[in-house]
Design a protein around this ligand. Structure first.
Ligand SMILES: [Zn+2]
Ligand SMILES: [Zn+2]
Length: 482
């Protein structure tokens, strides 16, 4: 047994921060001339309760030694990547291309090294590391996008709701037949729309996660977030970033009530947003509106305030969202196209309409989810033309952005920066009621509002077009009173 020199190891190691975690298993040794054209199994024990296995191979490539890589579980073949990869991951729902997702049984597993070349008197040190993800461990060792797509803070534009062949998405085939629409067509359209991120949210399934893992390296300018539209008899909710399947069967022995489901969403490492909450429920639209009476609001991060083309009127989610804010819950308003056909037939919302624009520390899954939770975000209702809305509140020399909290005071000033609106109006909403309006003049407008009286609760700024239709929907700034 021999260790590689630290400098060599550092040069070989993937740059991703998630890789820094201490491995659960380290297997080291040497490949010599005697191993030429032989296979070398390296056994390791997988304990119970492992949700994901990630394997990395580093080795000394001097002297033309070549090592292939593969994996067997206690009973069967689980994948082979030859000399093409130094790292792979697999879980119940998804795996690196070339590897098979599925149950991860406890017992003796084998990393299989193949040696197509080792010169007669050569010696090459190798190091195989194995990392296990278990329930409750949030630093998933193998994010779909790793390292981040962009490592800089900024405003990132995305669509948080869409479906493909893995649930009820469909599109016209080569010969014009309506067929289940393959995931790559959805992702391709989203990239063509210029989005920075998307969440693919098939109903109740994780079957699309593997496809996202395959597509992400090619779509290296757009973050792909695995999501699930948890579809129950009492409402739909998108969950973003689950590491695994979440049982949706509320009312069954497995999931007695909505609170049990919400707890499991947290355990799976995801955040939850209630979808199209104001749609009718019942035979008109089964389970569409949100009617669960015992919702745990501390485990709800966001509300889908705009679904597809529904940005105003009684079916829009904005009224429902504002009512929950008025109850004192802090919830980020987001949006999603709910696209079921990337070719968007007449009257249906294309991918990217609406767009949710999130301020995030970088373009990575954890940063976008943290940005949604923090609430410095707005909805671009048409998703066209790269419109922007920044809002700042100032009281007593303190500033906060959307999603932040500031002590309520009379004289609080709200400043909005609206970009891309040629002609329209901005409105200041306090606790759900429009209290001020100002004209938005020109495509780079700065608007200020001042509150005369001290109001406790929340305030937000929205922008409408000249015909008074909503264009930009801001998130609240919370006005706290002791
Ligand atoms: Zn739905
Ligand atoms: Zn949907």
């Amino acid at each position: 047994m021999r260790w590689l020199a630290p400098a060599l190891l550092a040069a070989l190691a993937p740059a991703a921060a998630a890789q820094e975690r201490v491995p659960d298993v380290v297997l080291t040794g040497d490949i010599t001339g005697a191993d030429h054209e032989r296979y070398k199994p390296l056994s390791f024990d997988v304990p119970k309760g492992v949700e994901r296995i990630t394997v990395t191979l580093d080795y000394d490539k001097a002297n033309k030694t070549v090592i292939d890589l593969g994996l067997w579980d206690p009973e069967r073949f689980r994948g082979w990547s030859g000399g093409a990869r130094s790292r792979f991951t697999l879980s119940a729902s998804d795996a690196t291309p070339g590897y098979l997702p599925g149950a991860l049984p406890a017992g003796k597993w084998r990393v299989m090294l193949g040696v197509p070349n080792a010169r007669p008197n050569s010696r090459a040190a190798y190091r195989v590391t194995v990392r296990f993800d278990r329930e409750g461990r949030r630093d998933a060792s193998a994010a779909i996008a790793e390292p981040p797509i962009r490592d800089a803070p900024g405003w990132y534009r995305g669509d948080l709701h869409m479906h493909d062949a893995n649930s009820d998405g469909s599109c016209a085939s080569q010969s014009g037949k309506r067929v289940p629409c393959p995931l790559f067509r959805t992702v391709e359209k989203a990239a063509a729309a210029g989005l920075d991120f998307i969440a693919v949210t098939d109903h109740n399934s994780t079957a699309h996660f593997g496809g996202l893992r395959e597509l992400q390296p090619w779509f290296d300018k757009m973050l792909l977030i695995p999501g699930i539209e948890i579809t129950t008899f009492g409402g739909h909710a998108n969950i973003f970033g689950p590491r695994r399947f979440v049982d949706f069967r509320v009312g069954s022995a497995a999931v007695p009530d909505i609170r049990a489901l919400q707890k499991d969403v947290t355990a799976a490492g995801a955040i939850l947003s209630i979808n199209h909450p104001a749609l009718p429920s019942g035979e008109a639209c089964m389970g569409c509106g949100w009617v669960w009476p015992k919702t745990d609001w501390s485990r709800v991060t966001a509300i889908e305030a705009v679904n597809g083309n529904i940005a105003e009127g009684p079916l829009a989610g904005i009224g429902y969202w504002y009512a929950r804010l008025n109850e004192g819950h802090r919830l980020t308003g987001i949006a999603g196209s709910d696209n079921h056909d990337p070719d968007a037939p007449e009257g249906k919302a294309p991918i990217g309409r609406p767009t949710t624009v999130v301020h995030a520390a970088r373009l990575s899954q954890p940063a976008i989810l943290a940005g949604i939770a923090a609430g410095n975000a707005f909805i671009d209702v048409t998703g066209k033309g790269g419109r922007m809305l920044e809002v700042d509140a100032e009281a007593g020399g303190r500033h906060v952005a959307m999603g932040g909290a500031i002590e309520a005071a009379s004289g609080t000033v709200f400043r909005a920066h609206a970009v891309g609106v040629a002609d329209g109006s901005a409105e200041l909403v306090v606790n759900g009621v429009v209290v001020r309006r100002r004209r938005v003049e020109g495509p780079d407008a700065r608007i200020a509002f001042q509150l005369d009286a001290r109001s406790c609760g929340w305030a937000a700024v929205n922008v409408r077009d000249a015909a008074k239709h909503p264009l930009l929907i801001g998130n609240p700034i919370y006005l706290t009173c002791r």
